[in-house]
Design a protein around this ligand. Structure first.
Ligand code: AMP
Length: 405
C-alpha cells in the first residue's frame, strides 16, 4: 500500500511516497521557489538524486509536476496514479478541535480554515495543497495530520496563559504546541528501544532542528510542551527567539521606531542562534566559528544548551521525575557537543552520559547514557514522512471501522 505524504508550504511543497507495509520511502522530494522565475525540483528515488530548474507558476503546477514525476515511465516508481491509496497532509494548526489525525471532508476543511488566523503562514498553504490534491486525486481518502493534535492532552494548568481569561474564551489564546507528530513518534520509539511499556515511562523529548521544542510525555501523553500559541515560544531556535520578556517588544518599538510587524519579523527571522551568533542559523557553521574563537558563536551554542537544560529541569519537576530523555531532529541527532552540554550537570537527576556512545549513537541502538545511568538518554532519528503515512493509515482504518458499526 502506497501513501503520498504532502507538506505544502507557502513557496515549497515537500513530498514522499511511502510503502507502508515495508516502511520504506520510495521517493522523497521538494519543489521550491514556487512562483519565482526559476523554481527548483529535487527528488531522491532509492538513493538516486535528481535536480532540475523548472517553471512552476503555482501550487497546482507543483503538485501536477510531483504526480507526473511519480509515474514517469523511466524514473518514476508507480505505473498509474491509482497505485496511491491515500494522501497524508501535514497541517500545522488543528486548534482544540482535533485530538488525532482525521480523514478530510468539507467540515474538516472549514475547521482548518478557522484556525488560519492562528497559523497565518502555515494553514493557508496547507489548505491549498489539500484542495488541489482532492481534485487531482479524487476517490481516495485524504487525511490531515496535525502538528498540534498530540498536545491536546495537556491539562489546563499547562495550556492556559496567565492573562485575562476572556482572551482564551473569545479567541482561543492558549498553548497549543507543535512538532506533535515527531514528539509522539520518538517517545514511542524510545519506549520500544528500552523494551518498556510507554504507559509506565516519564519521557522528555527534545526536538532540536531549525525549529526546536521540548515536550514532557507522561505515560505516552503530552502534558506540557515548550512551543505555545505559536511556534515562537520556548527554547531558542535557528532564527526564532523562543522565550523573552514581552516588555522587550514595547521597548524596541519605542527606541528603534519599529512597527509590531517588524518586531515580529525580527523575533521570527533574525533572532535565536542567528541573532546571537551573527554567523548563521546553522549549528554546523556556528560550531566552526566557535572553534576558531568567535565568542558570540560560542555563547549562542551555550545559550541553546542552557535553555534546553532549564526545560528538562522544569519538565522533570512537572512529571515528578524522568526516566528517559530523547534527542531528535537535525541538531538533536547530529550535534554530540550540544547533547553533551545539555546533559552536563544533570547528574543530580540521575543522568550520566557515556561520551563514547554519545559520539556514535547508531552503534548503541541510540542509547547514549552510561550503563549505570538511572535516566536513559537516547538519540532517535525522527522520520516525519513515515509517521505521517502511518497516522494516515490509522485514521483511514478507524474511519472505515466507524462506518461499518
Ligand atoms: P531540521 O529542521 O531537523 O532539518 O534541522 C536542521 C538543522 O539541524 C540545521 O539548521 C543545523 O543547525 C542542524 N544540523 C543538521 N545537520 C547537522 C550536523 N551534522 N551537525 C550539527 N547540526 C546539524
Amino acid at each position: 500500500m502506497k501513501i503520498l505524504v504532502i507538506n505544502c508550504g507557502s513557496s515549497s511543497i515537500k513530498y514522499s511516497l511511502i510503502d507502508i507495509e515495508r516502511e520504506e520511502t520510495l521517493v522523497q522530494g521538494i519543489v521550491e521557489k514556487i512562483g519565482e522565475e526559476h523554481s527548483i525540483f529535487r527528488q531522491r528515488v532509492q538513493g538516486r538524486k535528481v535536480e532540475r530548474r523548472v517553471k512552476v507558476r503555482n501550487h497546482k503546477d507543483g503538485l501536477r509536476l510531483i504526480l507526473d514525476s511519480l509515474k514517469n515511465p523511466s524514473k518514476g516508481v508507480i505505473r498509474d496514479q491509482s497505485e496511491i491509496s491515500a494522501v497524508g497532509h501535514r497541517v500545522v494548526h488543528g486548534g482544540s478541535d482535533f485530538v488525532e489525525s482525521t480523514v478530510i471532508d468539507d467540515k474538516v476543511i472549514e475547521t482548518i480554515r478557522k484556525y488560519s488566523s492562528l497559523a497565518p503562514l502555515h494553514n493557508p498553504p496547507n489548505l491549498t495543497g489539500i484542495t488541489i490534491l482532492r481534485e487531482l486525486l479524487p476517490g481516495i481518502p485524504h487525511v490531515a495530520v496535525f502538528d498540534t493534535a498530540f498536545h491536546q492532552t495537556m491539562p489546563e494548568v499547562a495550556y492556559l496563559y496567565p492573562i485575562p481569561y476572556e482572551y482564551y474564551e473569545k479567541y482561543g489564546v492558549r498553548r497549543y504546541g507543535f512538532h506533535g507528530v515527531s514528539h509522539r513518534y520518538v517517545s514511542q520509539r524510545a519506549a520500544e528501544i528500552l523494551g518498556r511499556d510507554i504507559r509506565e515511562l516519564k519521557i522528555i523529548t527534545c526536538h532540536l532542528g531549525n525549529g526546536c521544542s521540548i515536550t514532557a510525555v507522561d505515560r505516552g501523553r503530552s502534558v506540557d510542551t515548550s512551543m505555545g500559541f505559536t511556534p515562537l515560544e520556548g527554547v531558542p531556535m535557528g532564527t526564532r527567539s523562543g522565550d523573552i520578556d514581552p516588555s522587550i517588544i514595547q521597548f524596541l518599538a519605542d527606541v528603534e521606531n519599529l512597527t509590531l510587524n517588524e518586531i515580529y519579523e525580527i523575533l521570527n527571522k533574525r533572532s535565536g542562534l542567528l541573532g546571537l551568533s551573527g554567523v548563521s542559523n546553522d549549528v554546523r557553521e556556528i560550531k566552526k566559528a566557535a572553534d576558531s574563537g568567535d565568542h558570540r558563536a560560542e555563547i549562542a551554542l551555550e545559550i541553546l544548551a542552557y535553555r534546553v537544560k532549564k526545560y528538562i529541569g522544569a519538565y522533570a519537576a512537572v512529571m515528578g521525575g524522568v526516566d528517559a530523555i530523547v534527542f531528535t531532529a537535525g541538531i538533536g541527532e547530529n550535534a554530540h557537543y550540544i547533547r553533551s552540554k545539555i546533559c552536563e550537570g544533570l547528574g543530580f537527576l540521575g543522568v550520566t552520559l557515556d561520551e563514547d556512545r554519545n559520539r556514535n549513537p547508531a552503534e548503541w541502538n541510540g542509547v547514549i547514557s552510561a550503563e549505570n545511568s538511572r535516566v536513559k538518554v537516547l538519540v532517535v532519528p525522527t522520520r516525519e514522512d513515515l509517521i505521517i503515512a502511518k497516522e494516515t493509515l490509522e485514521a483511514v482504518t478507524k474511519a472505515e471501522e466507524r462506518r461499518k458499526t
